[in-house]
Design a protein around this ligand. Structure first.
Ligand code: SF4
Length: 365
């Protein structure tokens, strides 16, 4: 075996590889101040670094020209700035843009840009796969691999900015992609802090929505730590049906979930809970289901988003007819609920949650 001489190894090979360096995006701005302090570096530089990384989208240390050169060298030794690579980008005829993203350890995840009038929403993932196995969900069919780091959550925003149409910017973030956000709560909270920090992305609280399928004990924990909109993936108004669609319901049944929501502080008509309800033909779309839903939501300031099922190979469900869907909505509206009936977005590009990543994973296995 030939052993290279030390001179051939230096200086390049002496530098830590990106795998050994911490990713700087794992630190929310306040945590970054502390981290710099522990290295004996000036804490007050944290805001500048955050501004370069997120507000300006600069990830090359050499380009952060208002940082002194020796500091830039030290930062490059300590920290990596990228966590994800952008792979395939699919464009739907309705304007939805879906990106596959690859982590440093080869895991595949996805993020979706949803353009609407006056806003551009990015839907981000929080886990690779999901352990909750909802029976209508493509991600649920993938099983669970691991939680995403804070850097991997934030880098979805950084990478998907590269896929934005000319002249558009991301205005809203929803944590509704692959995974259950509240099972990765510390990293989600840390990512939200960076999204809302004025020197980073500067997003107003009402522009960030975190969704849960009902991990009851963590709901209050989330809203105590960060000011966000809360969305709940409800999908059924009875335990009997929800146990099948959203199996975590067996652990945290509807009474417990809705009771926890009623107890939340600061809910009002202006700050409602957003309920997601996927309409599935013959499963949860009857008039009786609608009436049950109205009863269940009594006393909770609510906004209900009805979404006709986006059919895919991994679930046996179909959307109801337009007539059934609008009758369902009519009952909710008549009862005074604020309600929208959303089109399925990106149905021509595997836009059901987890479909693109699932296809990638199958293709590569
Ligand atoms: S719907 Fe959400 S919580 Fe349920 S399996 Fe899919 S990703 Fe997980």
């Amino acid at each position: 075996m030939r052993i290279p001489t030390p001179t051939r190894l230096m200086p390049e090979d002496a530098r830590p590889s990106s795998h050994e360096r911490e990713n700087i995006k794992n630190f929310a701005p306040d945590a970054l101040r502390e981290r710099l302090g522990r290295e004996g570096l000036p804490k007050y530089r944290a805001d500048q670094i955050v501004g370069w990384l997120y507000a300006r989208g600069v990830e090359d240390w050499d380009e952060m020209t208002d940082l002194a050169a020796p500091l830039r060298v030290r930062l490059a030794e300590l920290f990596d700035t990228r966590a994800l690579d952008l792979g395939e980008v699919q464009h739907s005829v309705d304007g939805t843009i879906k990106g596959t993203l690859r982590t440093r350890d080869g895991a595949v995840l996805e993020a979706v840009l949803i353009p609407e009038e006056g806003r551009m929403t990015l839907c981000v993932s929080t886990q690779v796969g999901c352990p909750l196995a909802c029976s209508f969900c493509a991600t649920g069919a993938m099983g669970f691999t691991r939680n995403l780091s804070t850097a991997e959550i934030l880098d979805q925003v950084c990478r998907m900015r590269e896929a934005l149409p000319e002249g558009r910017s991301i205005t809203n973030i929803v944590f509704m992609g692959m995974g259950e956000p509240l099972l990765n709560l510390p990293n989600v909270v840390s990512a939200v802090k960076t999204l809302q920090h004025p020197k980073a992305f500067g997003m107003a609280p009402r522009r960030v929505t975190v969704s849960t399928s009902g991990i009851v004990p963590r709901i209050a924990e989330l809203v105590e730590q960060v000011p966000v909109n809360l969305a709940v993936s409800l999908h059924a108004a009875t335990d009997e049906v929800r146990d099948i669609l959203v199996p975590i319901n067996k652990k945290f049944p509807l009474d417990e979930l809705l009771g926890a929501l009623k107890a939340l502080p600061r809910l009002s008509r202006r700050h409602p809970v957003f309920f997601e309800y996927t309409l599935m033909e013959g499963v949860n779309d009857s008039e009786e289901d609608a009436r049950q839903l109205v009863k269940r939501l009594e006393g909770i300031p609510s906004k209900v988003n009805l979404i006709p099922m986006n059919p895919h190979d991994d679930a046996p469900y179909q959307p109801p007819s337009a007539e059934v869907a609008s009758r369902f909505m009519g009952i909710l509206v008549k009862a005074g609920l604020v309600c929208t009936l959303r089109r399925s977005r990106g149905s021509d590009i595997d836009a059901a949650c987890g479909q693109l990543a699932l296809r990638e994973r199958r293709a590569s296995s």
